[in-house]
Design a protein around this ligand. Structure first.
Ligand code: FAD
Ligand code: NAI
Length: 491
């Protein structure tokens, strides 16, 4: 009977997925044709960014209540958790992105989308400056937009700690183009190592892939690289594959500090089995074109020649966030990002809200936090609108009964609950079809690692992907990889 129940659940899931896909196909092709135009009587909310935080806010904001404008230098949402898989071709980049207009074109009311970077926020005049920084520019590449409310969801940028040479020679792993650059450079290193007459030392250098930072980004990248080496490069480059070396450098005594001790040990022992060289308690001090200078636990500095360097040492604030903080020196004094109150309002302001990696809160800078904040903030905005509406109703009430009734409604609208984060668990891929998971379980947590956890990792990511189209594409990419392996062409 267990088998019967399993079959029923699977069939039910499959029918649901196909139904959802058909619905989405229809949805994709039939956007709202004539959305109501911008209404000057409504307040305008300008949203900066099209990442986890802003997209989640955009999905939930009620355009019947506000005019909405989106400004972002990229016109799409990117599903970052699977980005490390794009660096070696396990997944195609196009499978992880979805245009932001996919959301805006289905709203009842017009939402303006500008592919541009916000370069300045004038919080006194309530105006932002936007610049078209893309390759193709028209006669006009700068403009200004007035706002009633500003929602800052611009994320963060890769941290370098000001270490010399990182920007110039390292590859970050944050955006689509970072993954593309890593993939191209990796294949270039290998093909250059195969060039005739290369000295053994130069071959060794070119085939040394160094990852700096033992957080989840660095670990997942090293894991993907390992799989690519074992499953594909070994067959395509039999004479070179044995010489490819992967090294991970981490400043702290162990990797993945946010995970349980047993999962850290499990990851480190898995890396050992996979022949990934782990250098903990080792700081990178300088990056040169062909070598990095590292300082080990004994304090001695040494040179480490490399071919490809992937830099994953966490986040730092973007210049726009730093500029905004500088306008409020008394309230904005946390270097990590924008200080916000429990309702995500930027400290020191009345009409600027901030969420996601752009902020400095007690939560880790993760997609989970950013997405929950976005959804929550849309509810705050609905209540802000209701507050204003009932304030006017109280003013205009003709009778004491009507005034009392609207007063009660006003009080209810004003009672905005603070943001509450619900942690769904942490997952990380560690290579060889193994993943680790720290999941909340009752009052404690459940730590698991291995192949079964990898199956869970896959299903969790599939179910969280943005659209049914993304889900089909990722499943297809995984299937393609199983049958034909990864593509080694240099793009
Ligand atoms: P982002 O998603 O970075 O979005 C910022 C947006 O702002 C972008 O659209 C950007 O183009 C735009 N922008 C930038 N500058 C400007 C400007 N001047 N004006 C207007 N717009 C601007 N978290 C998890 O919870 N689970 C995971 O498995 C996970 N995996 C990850 C894997 C990788 C490789 C990386 C890099 C991160 C991962 N994260 C994960 C973290 C997660 O991606 C971030 O916490 C999340 O993206 C933060 O969302 P955000 O909206 O604040 O910023
Ligand atoms: P991170 O901040 O988590 O880790 C960076 C690591 O780099 C730290 O362990 C730090 O000690 C090390 N480091 C710093 N400077 C160094 C130096 N000079 N030399 C050597 N090591 C150095 O950064 P990461 O991995 O980019 O993650 C950023 C955020 O995104 C985190 O909140 C993380 O949880 C989230 N994320 C989550 C993922 C998941 O859940 N699977 C995947 C990727 C990111």
């Amino acid at each position: 009977s267990k088998w019967k129940a399993f079959k029923n659940v699977t069939a039910f899931g499959a029918v649901g997925f196909v139904g959802y896909t058909l619905y989405e196909m229809y949805y994709h092709r039939h956007p709202t044709e004539y959305p109501n135009p911008t209404d000057p009587k409504k307040k305008t909310v300008v949203i900066l960014g099209s990442g986890w935080a802003s997209t989640s806010f955009l999905k939930s904001i009620d355009t019947d209540l506000y005019n909405v404008v989106v400004v972002s230098p990229r016109n799409y949402f990117l599903f970052t958790p699977l980005l490390p898989s794009c660096t070696v071709g396990t997944i195609d980049i196009r499978s992880l992105v979805e245009p932001i207009r996919f959301i805006t074109r289905h709203k009842n009311n017009e939402v303006k989308v500008y592919e541009a970077e916000c370069t300045e926020i004038d919080s006194e005049k309530k105006v932002i400056t936007i610049v078209d920084n893309s390759e193709v520019k028209g006669d006009n590449a700068t403009s200004t937009i007035a706002y009633d409310y500003l929602v800052v969801g611009i994320g963060a940028q890769s941290q370098t700690f000001g270490i010399k040479g990182v920007e110039e020679y390292g590859c970050f792993l944050k955006e689509v183009w970072d993954a593309q650059k890593i993939r191209t450079k990796l294949m270039d290193c290998i093909e250059t190592a195969a060039f005739p007459g290369q000295s053994p030392e130069e071959i060794e250098r070119l085939l040394h892939m160094v990852v700096v930072g033992g957080g989840p980004t660095g670990i997942e990248y090293a894991a993907e690289l390992h799989d690519f080496l074992v499953e594909d490069l070994t067959h395509w480059y039999p004479e070179l594959a044995g010489k490819i070396k992967i090294t991970l450098v981490e400043a702290m005594p162990n990797v993945l500090p946010a995970f349980s001790k047993q999962l850290i040990d499990y990851t480190e022992s898995t890396f050992k089995q996979q022949n990934i060289h782990l250098h903990t308690k080792t700081m990178v001090k300088e990056v040169k074109e062909k070598e990095i200078i590292v300082q080990g636990p004994d304090g001695v500095k040494e040179s480490m020649p490399y071919g490809l360097l992937v830099w994953a040492t966490g986040n730092t604030s973007r210049p726009l966030v730093k500029n905004l903080m500088a306008q409020y020196p008394e309230t904005q004094n946390i270097r990590r990002g924008l200080a916000v109150d429990d309702w995500l309002r930027m400290a020191g302001t009345n009409d600027i809200y901030a969420l996601g990696d752009a902020t400095a809160t007690k939560y880790a800078p993760t997609a989970q936090v950013a997405a929950q904040q976005g959804k929550y903030l849309a509810r705050v905005f609905a209540q802000l609108h209701a507050t204003e509406y009932y304030e006017a109703q109280v003013e205009e009430a003709a009778t004491p009964e009507e005034k009392a009734k609207n007063m009660r409604r006003l009080q209810k609208a004003q009672d905005i609950k603070p943001f509450h984060y619900s942690h769904q668990g942490s997952l990380c891929y560690i290579g060889s079809d193994k993943a680790i998971a720290d999941l909340p379980f009752g009052p404690g947590n459940l730590a698991s690692g291995g192949v079964a956890t990898y199956a869970f990792w896959r299903s969790a990511y599939i179910s969280n992907l943005f659209s049914a189209r993304n889900k089909w594409l990722v499943i297809t990419d995984w299937t393609k990889k199983t049958f034909w392996g990864r593509d080694i062409s240099r793009e």
